[in-house]
Design a protein around this ligand. Structure first.
Ligand code: GLY
Length: 429
């Protein structure tokens, strides 16, 4: 063979090898996504049917607490926090599903989870449940007693608006946004969170999550006033809620002139610790502010918080301990809800920054782990919730190592964001 022929033969052999390599190259394995969606579908149908007719919504499973364990987690003695403890559930209620009324801060999550899961798989039975449970929340449009109106109405009616719009949905959202704005104090530059307690004007980091309702109301009405309130709240929070290392306090209370009255925790280990879900609310909130305003300062801030979270969460599976400063140990409860909120935020943020891949990879690891047997419930167990192992409020002795409806909601939202970004659909999983 002359050398030209030899080269041609070589080229042809390489081409055959390359082509067959392409054909047999292993596809990314996303079976864990399918497992998550299938589990959610079954669990939601089961719960949706069982709870129907009670006029309530599923929230968590009732757990009790052991005082010695709380003292060890908080590194305090029982006397220093006994006033904050909620009553133990009655013995016969332990392990049972905890339902909530429509005015509970978590009422929007169950309908919202139904909407996301319906969006993922087009299952009409889920849509019917989503409509029923969303309609249940109609009276919330007259409620002004909390900042959580954003969580309640944006997660339920907000998703209904995206997936099955009608004029009455718009009316509920705008009316609720007006009520949320009625809690805004212009001299302080923030929305008041709570009406209980001894604080003068408490604002909690969670309140960043209510701003999406206001951004939506501005888009629906063409009136910028809602967005202006959201932006002022975000700016005030950015100024006063964060420490130099980008961790945040849970509660900041203001004096009437806008100066800080107190910085405290309500659900974290202590005033200066980093409560895991608070850090997650923070990054999610500022990603949303960038999405809605295009103001780069919010994105830069969100990225700083994300980097801090990635640095501070030390668990192998990236599901954080309930507080970053909690004792490191086998028995320290995790908070799957903080993980799912973080995953959802980081997937969105990964599309906004040049080095987005590291945030997407991090979120993917969280989601894969949440979709494993360690966190994802087996169908028919876990009182019909999707994920296990979240923590609601440990210092109050409430919802420790339990499923929570908001862990489920942000898990489904994150799965939806993830498969959209990867260009996967349920059909090709
Ligand atoms: N918004 C209350 C909580 O995160 O537990």
């Amino acid at each position: 063979m002359n050398s030209m022929k030899k080269n041609l033969v070589l080229f042809a052999s390489f081409a055959v090898i390359a082509l067959s390599a392409c054909k047999t190259a292993p596809q990314e394995d996303y079976s864990w996504v399918k497992k998550g969606i299938d589990t959610a579908t079954e669990q939601l149908k089961l719960t949706g049917e069982e709870v129907k007719g009670t006029e309530q919504l599923p929230r968590s499973i009732r757990t009790g607490y052991d005082m010695n364990f709380l003292c060890q987690q908080l590194e305090r003695d029982s006397l220093t926090f006994k006033d904050s403890l909620r009553a133990q559930p009655a013995a016969e209620d332990l392990g049972k599903r905890r339902l909530c009324g429509v005015h509970d801060w978590t009422s929007g999550f169950f309908p919202g989870t139904l909407w996301y899961t319906y969006e993922l798989n087009n299952d009409e039975a889920l849509k019917a449940l989503a409509i029923d449970y969303t309609n249940l929340l109609n009276p919330v449009r007259y409620y002004k007693g909390t900042h959580d109106l954003g969580f309640m109405i944006n997660c339920s009616y907000g998703n209904a608006l995206r997936l099955s719009a009608n004029d009455s949905i718009k009316a509920v959202m705008v009316e609720t946004a007006d009520n949320l704005c009625s809690r805004f104090n212009d001299s302080i530059g923030a929305i008041r969170s709570w009406d209980f307690g001894t604080w003068n004007f408490p604002v909690i980091i969670d309140n960043m999550m209510n701003l999406d309702l206001l951004f939506t109301a501005s888009k629906l009405t063409g009136d910028s006033k809602y967005k202006e309130v959201a932006v002022k709240h975000a700016d005030t929070t950015m100024k006063y809620h964060f420490r130099p290392d980008y961790t945040c306090w849970h509660v900041v209370s203001y004096n009437n002139d806008g100066t800080v009255e107190r910085r405290q925790t309500h659900q974290g280990k202590n005033d200066d610790s980093s409560w895991a879900r608070g850090q997650a609310w923070a990054v999610y909130g500022y990603v949303a502010c960038y999405r809605e305003t295009g103001d780069k300062k919010y994105l830069d801030f969100a990225q700083k918080i994300a980097d801090m979270i990635m640095e501070r969460v030390k668990t192998d599976d990236l599901i954080p301990l309930w507080d970053y400063d909690a004792p490191q140990g086998e028995n320290t409860p995790r908070d799957a809800s903080a993980a799912s909120v973080t995953a959802s935020a980081l997937i969105e943020m990964s599309t906004m920054v040049p080095d987005g891949k590291k945030y997407l990879d991090y979120a993917e690891t969280i989601l894969k782990n949440l979709s494993s047997d360690a966190y994802l419930a087996k169908v028919g167990t876990n009182q019909g919730f999707i994920l296990m192992h979240s923590t609601g409020s440990l210092p109050n002795g409430s919802e420790i190592d339990t499923p929570l409806n908001y862990a489920d909601y942000y898990y489904m939202e994150a799965l939806k964001r993830f498969i959209d970004l990867k260009g996967i659909t349920i059909q090709n999983l």
